[in-house]
Design a protein around this ligand. Structure first.
Ligand code: NAD
Length: 302
């Protein structure tokens, strides 16, 4: 049994923590949100009064927080609350599963190692449903021995776990993946709206394209029109799924990365702008495949 401090019991963190408990580990949770605390207590997850109290006896500290700023602040602490790095026992394994920038992930790892600890970035894909089913994909950056030590815990929460390389490369894999998905979801929406206008039915389009070179996840799993793929969010009023807000956030992280390493990602830049507008408008709490509405709204009468 491993003693795990789990910080961030929101949409993702809560089911992940519950899967660790179900696998026989001791999980001590912390979340400042009253509703998250109540949900955790209802689910019989042991709760601490602060992040530091959760961390003090832990072998492993997992963070599942909104942004890189949250992660770095929790690691470093503030004037009124000590940071996780200073209260953890020497050699504690820090695993950050939040989606944050590559630069922030590398900084977090450098800080952890300088304080005498071990660190992995281990962002996930699979969303809330994947977290609930223990079926997440983990993309992991950090030392190979630390990866091996974390593997049994990651396997309690996920099904596909890939060691991507050194610190930050888990986050790198995550944002490259999401940039591709974000772009292809727009491409699928434009193709389908064009087909509609030319007189094709949705069923015919998906039938043709799913067996041709346009085949992709955005079409055959996250199909943005109801009907051809019965479980896609379009059949449920675009209930996420993966919200426009989260896609906009991830494309912002991708943009930060491609600008820093001077990659001319023109489609990535356009997709970033499109999802930012979408998230600020009707897409905030809808699955990102509802971007098809943005495409339709730009069409003029024929
Ligand atoms: P969420 O907002 O539901 O949960 C985050 C939780 O962190 C909140 O409950 C918040 O109160 C808590 N928190 C903030 N500061 C804290 C601190 N110092 N200590 C302890 N807890 C603190 O967000 P989420 O949807 O669970 O996402 C978490 C992370 O996972 C994000 O980085 C997100 O981008 C990423 N992610 C989300 C999804 C998804 O589908 N929701 C999928 C993949 C990755």
């Amino acid at each position: 049994m491993t003693t795990i401090a789990f910080l961030g019991l929101g949409h993702m963190g809560m089911p992940m923590a519950m899967n660790l408990v179900a696998a026989g580990h001791r999980v001590i949770g912390f979340d400042p949100s009253p509703s998250a605390r109540q949900a955790a207590l209802d689910a019989r997850v042991e709760m601490a009064a602060s992040g530091g109290d959760a961390a003090i006896h832990a072998d492993v500290i997992i963070t599942m927080l909104p942004t890189g700023r949250h992660v770095l602040n929790a690691y470093r602490g503030s004037a009124d609350s000590p940071g996780l790095l200073s209260v953890a026992r020497s050699g504690t394994l820090f695993i950050d599963s939040s989606t944050i920038s590559v630069a922030d992930a590398r900084e977090a790892a450098v800080l952890a190692v300088a304080a005498g600890h071990r660190a992995l970035d281990a962002p996930v894909s699979g969303g809330v449903v994947g977290a609930e089913r223990g079926a997440l994909a983990f993309m992991v950056g950090g030392d190979g021995n630390d990866f091996a030590a974390a593997l049994p815990l990651l396997e309690a929460m996920g099904e596909r776990i890939v060691h991507c390389g050194d610190s930050g490369l888990g986050q790198a894999a995550k944002i490259c993946n999401n940039m591709i998905v974000g772009i292809t979801q727009i491409a699928v929406a434009e193709g389908i709206v064009l087909g509609e206008r030319l007189g094709l039915s949705h069923e015919t389009m998906v039938d043709v394209m799913s067996g041709s070179s346009a085949q992709c996840w955005a079409l055959t799993t996250n199909c943005p029109v109801p009907g051809p793929v019965p479980l896609s969010p379009a059949n449920f009023g675009f209930a996420p799924g993966f919200s426009g807000t989260l896609m906009s956030k991830d494309l912002g992280l991708a943009e930060e990365a491609f600008e820093r390493v001077a990659v001319d990602a023109r489609l990535g830049r356009m997709a970033r702008a499109i999802y930012r507008d979408f998230a600020e408008g009707s897409g905030a709490d809808r699955d990102f495949s509802a971007i098809i509405d943005t495409v339709r709204s730009g069409c003029t009468a024929t």
